[in-house]
Design a protein around this ligand. Structure first.
Ligand code: SF4
Length: 283
């Protein structure tokens, strides 16, 4: 099918002002652009998990799979391994893949599965009306923590860097041009692409006034340098008032899991080359 209407007729139930709209339209524009470049959208699969973000599978007219809570990444992994020719995009939430499905996210990065994971990181469980997630700041007051959380958030970029992701970026739903570039680059990247998107939850955690004065676009940063990426991802810890960098923090080309699976058996030479490339990626 070509020239398709990419936004479906399904009734949209996201709240007015929700950052999910930015992600939906960004993805729509990227898909339309890929189609114009000659890519068949029949070869693209979108997987979502459970949460407000997941409705994107209903709202974009593309092959899609609505997975169980926390299981978007393993479903996307299975789809990619069953048919490596497919372009697999996985939309997930911070509650979905930083909590319930965290182990799957880590192992997909470790294996360098050739897919793009977009985290709609609104730092709150929106669908269940406002509980704290692993990236909510210390002291967040919500339905499950009326007195405020007593734990620090973790830094998902730092976690993905340590886990082996080969493309790591951060976007913001109020900076749509940059968001489009980052997601597009993640989709064309050969390997595990991870994009943490700071997304506004208009109803339960409207952080526009916090993000907008702090965000800046990365400049003079070398994404090929692991050490530079290590330093840069620590600049903001998802809790402090530090500047918040947006852009690609890290990108390397390494063999993907599906290409390694296709080589049977792995020769000593190939194994040695893979080990050397991995060590080089850490130098
Ligand atoms: Fe969007 Fe928050 Fe409403 Fe969910 S609850 S649709 S994340 S604004």
């Amino acid at each position: 099918m070509t020239g398709r209407q990419l936004i479906t007729d399904t009734q949209n139930t996201w709240c007015p002002g929700c950052g999910n709209f930015s992600l939906q339209h960004t993805l729509k524009n990227i898909l339309a652009g890929l189609e114009q470049e000659g890519k068949s959208l029949d070869d693209v699969v979108l997987v979502s998990g459970i949460g407000c973000h997941a409705k994107i599978a209903d709202y974009l007219n593309i092959n899609s799979f609505y997975a169980l809570h926390g299981r978007a990444v393993p479903v996307a992994t299975g789809i990619k391994l069953a048919n490596p020719e497919l372009t697999v995009i996985c939309c997930s939430g911070d509650g979905d893949s930083y909590a319930e499905g965290l182990d799957h996210l880590i192992f997909a990065a470790k294996r360098n599965i050739d897919m793009t994971v977009i985290i709609h990181n609104n730092r709150v469980y929106g669908l269940t009306t406002g509980q704290y997630t692993p990236t909510s700041p210390l002291g967040f007051r919500g339905k499950s923590t009326p007195m405020g959380t007593v734990e620090y958030p973790f830094n998902p970029l730092e976690l993905m860097l340590a886990s082996g992701a080969t493309y790591i970026a951060r976007g913001y739903t109020k900076k749509m041009d940059l968001l489009r570039t980052l997601i597009h680059d993640g989709i064309v990247h050969k390997g595990f692409a991870f994009i943490d998107v700071l997304q506004i939850c208009a109803t339960f955690f409207p952080l526009t006034d916090y993000y907008t004065p702090r965000v800046y676009e990365l400049k003079d940063h070398d994404p090929a340098s692991f050490d530079a990426a290590c330093a840069k991802v620590k600049e903001w810890d998802y809790n402090s008032d530090a500047p918040i960098g947006l852009g690609a923090f890290y990108q390397r080309t390494l063999p993907t899991f599906d290409t390694r699976m296709a080589v049977k058996p792995v020769s000593d030479e190939e194994r040695s080359r893979a080990v050397k490339m991995f060590l080089l990626s850490r130098s």
